[in-house]
Design a protein around this ligand. Structure first.
Ligand code: FUL
Length: 650
């Protein structure tokens, strides 16, 4: 399926939440202009092959008129309770030749029986509805997030389940197999498609499609391994990279300007499709029931760029030689790698687990992408390979040293110019079978500059490429060549919005605009608990606090309206706050709580958590961890920013 769409659309769309509590009123669900045809049209245009929809998320509200719950569209004002989102999506998918998939959350914060056997009966009955009434379903997506606080029919309590045993997964899988024999089942460990272990949009460079599946269950603590798979794993469970085009999974107007840039989306494509995984890109649906224009613009920008990146295969006229090939006859010849047929392949001699392919190009050729595929019906075999090009003096210049290949591996490197390329398979689990080798020259894509303000209120900007001139504005206008030119870091001790873009001095092209909101300046803040690393504007450093809270003296009185907490961003992050309390004080002695709650989905998606409240006078702030993702004895804070009623003076 390679590339397909996730849509998060449900009651959270109308409450501006990431995780609903389950106590929401069904009357909240009321899209003004639901348009599944628009989703499908855009998915098709983007080159996607299907759409997976959040039929039921953790809050339990269902998008179809289920017989087994009142918590559904049938009790909403939308179409007077006669609507069925799944039916509309089915029609749209059929109209555009797309496949349809179902996301179904096993965790249900609405259901009174969640945690006991009766809820499991309900789950089976609902799956039966979803998997019999809406035609062919290609994937059933079971979320691993499970158990915790919720409404639970009014009980409003914390319910923990044993994730390994409670659901009786084999029984659920059998049920799905009976109802939809062609569907693949997704969860942390499959059984058919596995989670990639992060929601950031990448698979491991080494990525085996095999997995020791029986070790893994939804909620498995060693989920970081899922990005690599298991070499010699017992089952074929390829990875799927799920990631949102925005920071959150659901639509929030506050994220309209945070849609991922083209360079970010391209990185995700190369780090998923280009690393032997499939790519499931989430597009949130807005309260109208449509994809917001900012998302569709980026979706189309990616589609256009991919077309350019893979426009002309520069290897199709090559003369291909191999160190050896399995004979006799032409069946396993090296030329099979450039014949455009994914059913033919080059094979080394039986039992020989290494070998090289040399592509003699008709002319000196410049390229910066190499695409290579194994013949997957006979498994994934290659575990190490490298690529060299021949220089004009006949010597070999190494350009890549890599590990796995799998269904598709795409390497990106700087432009190289040569008429001879050699790919060497250094080792493989069995005789390597290569079905495709392609070369491309992708055009250069400029990235937006990085903008930060340090704890002395000095602004820094950095361009991603050489020959770039950065222009910026602080008056709300889009940057152009008449704007300020960035030459060196400069102080900006006030609330401001910076917009910056690079101009490539060689090609005259402009890169995309970066927007950075600067909140209350932090130079005069005193970290009472914690240190200045949480104020330094660098998301890669963090303050480590033993105990469960940070405290800051802002040095002067403010009318505060909100804060943003950025958790530890490192790959093996720790000290992440899951439930928080935010309090303020005017004198550092008497404290007043202004906000508390959960940072929904922060474990899987540790983005900045933005909390807003009505203005409150304060000079001191305290952010407390009431619960953490893991039971760490410390809290880590990468960044904390505060907002007050003061507006950007522009
Ligand atoms: C996570 C969920 O908790 C998020 O809300 C979202 O649905 C994402 C795709 O999976 O585990």
């Amino acid at each position: 399926m390679e590339y397909y769409m996730f849509v998060h659309f449900n009651i959270n769309t109308f409450t501006d939440m990431e995780w609903g509590t389950g106590g929401e009123n069904p009357a909240l669900f009321n899209p003004s202009d639901l348009d599944c045809m628009q989703w499908a049209r855009l998915a098709k245009k983007a080159g996607m092959t299907g759409i997976i929809i959040t039929a039921k998320h953790h809050d339990g509200f269902v998008l179809w008129p289920s017989r087994y719950t009142e918590h559904s569209v049938k009790n909403s004002p939308w179409k007077n309770g006669k609507g069925d989102v799944l039916q509309e999506l089915r029609e749209a998918c059929d109209a555009y030749g797309l496949k349809m998939g179902i996301y179904y959350s096993p965790w249900d914060r609405n259901h009174a029986d969640y945690g006991n056997e009766k809820y499991l009966e309900y789950l089976h009955l609902q799956l039966e509805e979803v998997l019999t009434n809406y035609g062919e379903i290609f994937e059933v997506w079971f979320d691993g997030a499970n158990g915790g606080t919720g409404y639970y029919g009014g009980a409003n309590e914390n319910r923990k389940v044993d994730q390994r045993t409670y659901y009786n997964w084999p029984k659920i899988w059998n049920h799905v197999r009976e109802l939809q024999p062609g569907a693949v089942i997704f969860s942390d460990g499959g059984p058919d498609v596995r989670w990639v272990g992060n929601e950031d949009g990448y698979a491991g460079k080494t990525n085996w499609s095999t997995l020791n599946r029986d070790l893994v269950w939804p909620g498995w603590p060693h989920f970081k391994q899922l990005q690599y798979g298991h070499k010699n794993g017992t089952h074929w469970v390829p990875a799927e990279v799920d990631v949102s085009i925005r920071p959150g999974w659901y639509y929030h107007a506050s994220e309209d300007h945070k849609v991922k840039s083209l360079p970010e989306l391209l990185d995700i494509y190369y780090n998923s499709v280009g690393r032997n995984a499939s790519f499931l890109l989430n597009i949130p649906i807005d309260p109208r029931g449509k994809i917001h224009p900012n998302d569709s613009v980026q979706l189309m920008a990616l589609a256009r760029q991919l077309k350019l990146d893979f426009e002309t295969n520069l290897a199709s006229e090559a003369l291909v030689e191999a160190s050896s090939h399995r004979g006799p006859g032409a069946q396993y010849e090296p030329a099979n790698t450039i014949d455009g047929d994914s059913g033919t392949f080059w094979a080394t001699e039986e039992f020989i687990r290494h070998g090289s392919l040399t592509l003699n190009l008709p002319n000196l050729t410049t390229f910066n992408r190499l695409l290579i595929s194994e013949y997957i019906p006979l498994g994934q075999r290659v575990e190490a390979f490298h690529v060299e090009v021949q220089t004009s003096d006949g010597s070999w210049l190494p350009i890549a040293q890599e590990t796995t290949i799998g269904r598709k591996r795409i390497l990106r490197f700087e432009d190289v110019r040569t008429d001879c390329v050699r790919i060497t398979i250094d080792s493989a689990l069995a005789a390597p079978l290569i079905t495709t080798v392609e070369l491309y020259r992708a055009p250069r894509v400029l990235t937006p500059p990085l903008i930060s303000r340090d704890d002395q209120d000095v602004v820094h900007m950095k361009a991603g490429e050489d020959h770039s001139i950065i222009f910026y504005t602080i008056d709300g206008n889009e940057p152009d060549s008449t704007s300020h030119r960035y030459k060196a870091p400069f102080p900006l001790p006030r609330v401001a919005t910076i917009r910056a873009a690079v101009l490539d001095s060689v090609s005259g092209e402009w890169g995309p605009v970066a927007i950075q909101q600067l909140e209350i300046p932090r130079k005069n803040w005193i970290a009472l608990k914690g240190d200045r690393k949480m104020l330094d504007g660098n998301p890669d450093t963090y303050s480590t606090i033993r105990g469960n809270k940070i405290e800051i003296d802002l040095g002067e009185m403010h009318a505060l309206t909100g804060f943003t907490y950025l958790p530890d961003q490192s790959r093996y992050a720790r000290g992440i706050i899951r439930e928080y309390r935010f309090s303020v004080s005017q004198n550092g002695k008497k404290w007043q709580e202004v906000s508390s709650g959960e940072f929904a989905n922060i474990q899987n998606n540790p983005i900045g958590q933005e909390i807003n409240f009505s203005p409150v006078k304060a000079r001191f702030i305290r952010l407390e961890a009431l619960a953490q993702v893991e039971d760490d004895e410390e809290v880590r804070v990468a960044e904390i920013t505060l907002r007050d009623v003061r507006k950007d003076p522009g």
